[in-house]
Unconditional design. Structure first.
Length: 380
């Protein structure tokens, strides 16, 4: 294997809770209140949406319509199979409906009228999705927020699923300067890369110049029948949010413990949660949470994981061998991101107004970000 080239889980797509917008000629990050699933391809409009984004939004829209309300129907008579539940004196007495329309009937009629008008307006509205595929096709249900994604993890060890550390990038080159875990760090110096003590961004003199903050990469498999990727391919969610990192680490540790080290076999989902603080001026801050899927109990999920683990073992699937190979792959390299990937990361997570240049470099220097190429433009 090539020394210095870290072997990371194969990535087939991205999961983000933000996007890049252009303001005054600058491409700046903007936070969002929902998930977006994209491919690893960019055009001039940004990241190309993954087909699973549209599929999951459509399912979320249908589920919202199904659970929007419950229609109550008044029976004119008791069905025969329930007649024995009545008293003898009321057994043959039909249920009489009041001649005057009740408030419930009026509300039901009004709701039916609004539904009929909405369906007519949707039938008359033109559809241009097929004419212009560059438009956000996944936003067909624009009012439906994608805030839950069914996932499974690749490893039982939480540290293999989520790689988090303090990271400082050089904004002039987008190359990592220092990567540490609070105890030790790998730092690029004039004499080469050195292993030094890491005191964190609050106490490190180099980090005091700004730009050093937690950075994590969370690898998951989207568990959906339409996911054509193989079982060892992942979608990566990159984040610098301390709430997301702390929540994901704690959830994986707890789920690993209660399931008996069967984290990779649990049916899970990532969900978006919000909270507000004084620092956020009471505006919502959204972060990613992890847990068993909606309408599933933890006990049922553990039983499902035990059965899945037994079946995988009988079929020859070596989970421990996979995790051993992953640890060896992570140990090969110094830094996880390649140079081209680091450019996108610095642009999205380390904007100019968020960090200053490191010690020894001009504070006025900013990273020149190349605009993404169109998918139809020939590569040089």
């Amino acid at each position: 294997m090539i020394k210095g080239l870290m072997m990371t889980p194969p990535v087939v797509g991205r999961i983000s809770i933000g996007k890049i917008v252009e303001r005054n000629g600058k491409r700046l990050p903007e936070k969002d209140d929902e998930f977006t699933i994209t491919t690893q391809v960019q055009n001039r409009q940004g990241w190309v949406l993954h087909p699973l984004d549209a599929t999951l939004r459509e399912e979320a829209h249908e589920l919202a319509q199904m659970t929007k309300g419950i229609e109550v129907i008044e029976l004119q008579e008791i069905p025969p199979e329930f007649a024995h539940l009545l008293n003898d004196q009321d057994q043959n007495k039909p249920v009489q409906s009041t001649p005057q329309a009740s408030l419930r009937d009026k509300l039901a009629q009004r709701a039916q009228g609004q539904t009929r008008e909405a369906s007519q307006s949707q039938d008359q509205a033109p559809s241009n999705q097929a004419d212009n595929p560059a438009q956000p096709v996944a936003r067909a249900n624009a009012n439906t927020k994608l805030r839950r994604i069914p996932v499974r993890l690749l490893f039982n060890d939480p540290s293999l699923n989520l790689r988090a550390n303090y990271t400082l990038f050089d904004r002039t080159t987008a190359r990592p300067i220092c990567v540490g875990d609070g105890q030790s760090c790998k730092r690029v110096t004039d004499e080469g890369i050195k292993q030094l003590p890491c005191s964190g961004p609050d106490l490190c003199p180099l980090a005091q110049e700004g730009g050093c903050k937690p950075f994590g990469r969370f690898h998951v498999r989207i568990d959906h029948p339409d996911n054509s990727a193989d079982a060892l391919s992942t979608f990566v969610l990159r984040t610098t949010g301390i709430n997301t990192l702390r929540t994901l680490i704690a959830r994986m540790k707890y789920l690993q413990a209660v399931s008996g080290d069967l984290l990779a076999y649990l049916p899970l989902e990532i969900r978006l949660r919000g909270k507000s603080t004084t620092q956020s001026r009471r505006t919502p801050i959204y972060y990613v949470d992890l847990g068993v899927r909606e309408n599933c109990t933890l006990e049922w999920a553990i039983q499902e994981a035990m059965q899945a683990a037994e079946q995988a073992k009988r079929r020859g699937y070596d989970q421990q061998g996979l995790e051993h190979a992953a640890r060896q792959g992570y140990a090969l390299g110094l830094f996880e991101e390649l140079e081209k990937e680091a450019i996108e990361i610095v642009q999205e997570f380390y904007p100019p107004n968020d960090a200053q240049s490191p010690v020894g470099r001009s504070t006025s220097a900013t990273l020149t970000m190349p605009r993404p190429l169109s998918v139809t433009q020939p590569m040089p």
